[in-house]
Design a protein around this ligand. Structure first.
Ligand code: PXP
Length: 238
């Protein structure tokens, strides 16, 4: 059974636009779970542009809720994450000026830093994943540095589908990476830029066990309601 992780960062983006307390990401986390989300994803960015430390602590203290905390390799953020103790960690690249996470980690350049971070979270018994591009080389490095899961960046595929361009090569890459990761005993996740159509396309890859989806869910909720959108994604990935 494939799982749905709902990224609620943009509930905090909306709250922060007013500098007040509404809409509350803690309420959103509880609400998403009730609607059928298997886990909640939040990204504690270095500039705290959406979720902040207090939100992360409050969300991680909700009983019975599985929380996936996305973090960069910044040492202060890693320290904070170790204090917050989420159920899952996803290590992502982060550039201060980017609008969103633009691509996967550079595992060649940052291999030893990332390996050390994985060891820290392993000691705390926290499932750790790496946000990577669909590259066989990166899957092999992920295996060598003993990570539990990889999350394959689906941004390129999503853009091609949205622009009605040929996406077969990109889908093939994601498929091959999913097969290899699965063969090597690494759990496969997918995320970035996903909507109903792209998620449906990716459900053909049985090795993908988890989808992490944010922007589209929050945006579509304006028209269709949060509960309905989460439910629809659950039906698609079933
Ligand atoms: N997965 C990871 C690792 C991400 O960094 C993001 C974006 O923060 C997402 C999934 C969700 O992407 P989107 O908001 O485009 O659905």
């Amino acid at each position: 059974m494939k799982r749905l992780g709902v990224n609620i960062d943009h509930v905090a983006t909306l709250r922060n636009a007013r500098g007040e307390n509404h809409p509350d990401p803690v309420y959103a986390a509880k609400f998403a779970k009730k609607a059928g989300a298997d886990s909640i994803t939040i990204h504690l960015r270095e500039d705290r542009r959406h979720i902040n430390d207090a939100d992360a602590k409050r969300i991680c203290s909700i009983k019975g809720l599985l929380v996936n905390l996305e973090i960069s390799t910044n040492s202060d953020i890693v320290k904070n994450a170790m204090k917050i103790k989420p159920n899952f960690i996803c290590i992502v690249p982060e550039k201060r000026k980017e609008i969103t996470t633009e691509g996967g980690l550079d595992l060649i350049k940052n291999r030893s830093t990332i390996q050390n971070i994985i060891k820290k979270f392993k000691r705390l018994d926290i499932r750790t994943s790496l946000f990577i591009n669909p590259s066989l080389k990166d899957i092999r490095i992920s295996k060598a540095i003993s990570v539990d899961c990889v999350e394959i960046h689906t941004g390129k595929l999503s853009n091609l589908v949205k622009k009605r361009k040929n996406f077969s090569n990109e889908l093939k890459k994601i498929k091959e990476c999913s097969y290899l990761a699965n063969d090597l005993g690494i759990e496969v996740h997918a995320g970035h830029g996903l909507d109903y159509k792209t998620t449906k396309i990716l459900t053909s890859i049985k090795e993908i066990e988890e989808f992490n989806i944010g922007h589209f869910i929050i945006g579509e909720s304006i028209f269709m309601g949060f509960k309905n959108v989460v439910k629809k994604f659950k039906t698609i990935i079933k």
